[in-house]
Design a binder for this molecule. Structure first.
Ligand code: APR
Ligand code: PHB
Length: 394
């Protein structure tokens, strides 16, 4: 088999890229190692920047998003016993975000690709990529019990942090940057109506907490926990009690979440990671295959979307004019946005989480920073601009 663009990984990055290329008349093949059910039920992010929403609508995946997505004009910060709302439109010249789960984005894109697009092969595990620095790289994969291969003009690794494409970039040209964090998140899904209109990010000496949502009847909640925490140590009542304790404020000490059955809980480690460059020869990296951010800034899915929007434009320019100018600029173009998102995610994470080892001095610095955001339009605007997403390049 030959294809113009071999896409490794059928997560948001790979699927959106395939749809963007399809719209430009460029054929591709998506190879996904897991089965459809697994990919569609993986609990991940939930915040879409405008550019991501625009891209989903442009590829025809906007109908359910527009019906079921929840536009949000702000978030609430809670710290030092007080609450402060950050209003996005007034601080960013009209920008906002959309709450719509990554699971739903993936379902919509898979349905579209299976209905209209080129091949999307599930349970097709890529084992190697040969000839990255030649004009015809070869992707080898195992599917239906057989070793198979596809020759490509270009290969794009959308295979996430645990994928194989990064290995196609020789160590001699690759630099990686990494930071791990001394805490994780316990992520909880509950059949409990959110009693809050917008997301709440809480700093407390007991640890960070985040209240998000999936629908008017389903809450998505997160608690900072020590690395290596066993979700089994967190029965439902303990989860609810700890969340209420961390969201409590002086103004409304009786504020309580509405409780309901917890339907899923998992411990998520936190990591910052970037691999440079995001290209070697005819092989490109996009999304989590190239970079990881701690989820506090809600950037992971949106960075993946931004990468493939930039790459699809570059591949379209090549197809239409033969020019590789945008392809040659892809890595530097994306890395500028990646590092901005890395910094913002690091800022949100280290400002809002209470490292068990941190000193009282560091806790006061965190509270001072949060007070500054509450008191200054400039500081609040910096947070709002980063959270709602900086404009895409060119
Ligand atoms: N062969 C084929 N597919 C693979 C291989 C392989 N060797 N290795 C991994 N994959 C698949 C995974 O099964 C997964 O479905 O690649 C896909 C990568 O998807 P994601 O990890 O979701 O990465 P990405 O598409 O970049 O989306 C980033 O997902 O992890 C979240 O927080 C992250 O929201 C962000 C988004
Ligand atoms: C989510 O809804 O899963 C979510 C929202 C905001 C974040 C992280 C996760 O910062």
């Amino acid at each position: 088999m030959h294809t113009t663009v071999g896409i490794i990984g059928g997560g948001p990055a790979g699927l959106l890229l395939a749809r963007l290329l399809h719209g430009a008349g460029i054929d591709s093949v998506v190879l996904e190692s897991r089965d459809r059910a697994y990919v569609e039920q993986r609990q991940r992010a939930g915040i879409l920047e405008q550019a991501t929403v625009d891209a989903l609508r442009a590829v025809g995946a906007g109908a359910r998003l527009d019906r079921e997505g929840m536009p949000h004009d702000g978030i609430e910060l809670r710290f030092g016993g007080r609450a402060h709302r950050i209003d996005f439109p007034s601080l960013t010249g009209g920008r906002s975000v959309m709450v719509y789960a990554q699971t739903e984005v993936v379902k919509d894109l898979i349905a579209l690709q299976l209905a209209e697009g080129g091949p999307l092969l599930f349970e097709a595990e890529v084992t190697s990529i040969d000839g990255a620095d030649t004009g015809s790289p070869v992707v080898r994969y195992r599917h239906e019990g057989r070793e198979q291969m596809v020759t490509c003009d270009y290969v794009v690794g959308c295979d996430g942090f645990h994928g194989v494409t990064r290995n196609a970039v020789p160590d001699s040209v690759r630099t990686t940057y990494e930071r791990t964090y001394p805490y994780s998140w316990l992520g909880v899904l509950a059949e409990a109506p959110p009693v809050y209109e917008e997301l709440i990010y809480a700093h407390s000496e007991r640890g960070f907490a985040l209240a998000s949502m999936r629908s008017p009847s389903v809450s998505r909640l997160y608690l900072q926990v020590p690395n290596g925490t066993d979700p089994g140590d967190w029965p439902d009542e303990r989860i609810w009690d700890e969340l209420d304790a961390r969201f409590a404020t002086h103004a409304d000490p009786g504020w309580k979440l509405e409780r309901g059955p917890v339907t899923s809980k998992a411990v998520l480690p936190m990591r910052s990671y970037v691999t440079e460059p995001m290209r070697y020869g005819r092989v490109f990296l996009a999304g989590d295959a190239a970079h990881i951010v701690p989820p506090t800034g809600a950037k992971g899915l949106n960075l993946a979307a931004a990468d493939v929007i930039v790459l699809a434009r570059a591949l379209t320019r090549w197809r239409e004019t033969g020019s590789t100018e945008l392809l040659d600029a892809y890595s530097d173009t994306c890395l500028r946005r990646v590092w901005r998102a890395e910094h913002f995610s690091y800022f949100m994470t280290t400002t809002l989480h209470t490292d068990p080892e941190q000193s009282a001095f560091e806790t006061r610095l965190q509270l001072s920073q949060l007070e500054r955001v509450a008191a200054s339009r400039h500081a609040a605007a910096e947070l709002a601009e980063n959270y709602t997403g900086l404009p895409l390049p060119g």
